[in-house]
Design a protein around this ligand. Structure first.
Ligand SMILES: [Ca+2]
Length: 164
């Protein structure tokens, strides 16, 4: 499950991806992201993608942060098992004294894939199952997490590689 910048507008060119937590719930209401592994395309500015699934949703000090900017940067989490995803909840990185940072996240796309190989900037995502945009959901006026209900995923795809 991948969060990236959309190819449309960005705030100022400093369009990093920086998030606080990604929760991925199965149909039993369990946050299975906690058992997965999370990554950033590349890492800068003291970012740590392990903060994306550490169960802490509001720490200004533990966050992901890409090194690159632009439409091709992303964070993603790989689940440890085949999962029926019911909903996804994304918490942006919020620094109370610097809410303007949230304006970098005004145009995101979320994608759910069946599989990923490689890692970080070499990750290759295959089998796109579901996608949605988060346009102006996160900004300096809106720091709340966003929850998306994911419809039952249908289609035919190869068995995923569940080894991060
Ligand atoms: Ca966290």
């Amino acid at each position: 499950m991948k969060v990236k910048h959309n190819n449309g507008f960005s705030w100022d060119g400093s369009s990093f991806v920086h998030l606080n937590e990604i929760e991925i719930y199965d149909t039993n209401g369990q946050n299975v992201a906690l058992d997965g592994s999370c990554f950033s395309k590349d890492i800068g500015w003291d970012g740590d993608p392990n903060c994306l699934n550490d169960g802490v949703v509001s720490s200004p000090d533990c966050f992901s942060h890409t090194s690159d900017t632009g439409p091709d940067v992303y964070d993603y989490c790989v689940l440890s098992d085949i999962t029926d995803i019911e909903r996804i909840k994304i918490y942006p990185w919020v620094v109370p004294e610097s809410l303007w940072l949230l304006d970098r996240l005004i145009n995101l796309t979320v994608e759910v894939f069946a599989d990923v190989s490689g890692q970080g900037e070499d990750a290759i995502f295959t089998g796109l199952l579901y996608t949605y945009d988060l346009i102006n959901v996160f900004n300096s006026q809106s720091a709340d997490p966003h929850e998306e209900l994911v419809p039952p995923l249908q289609g035919i795809f190869d068995c995923p590689n569940t080894t991060p």
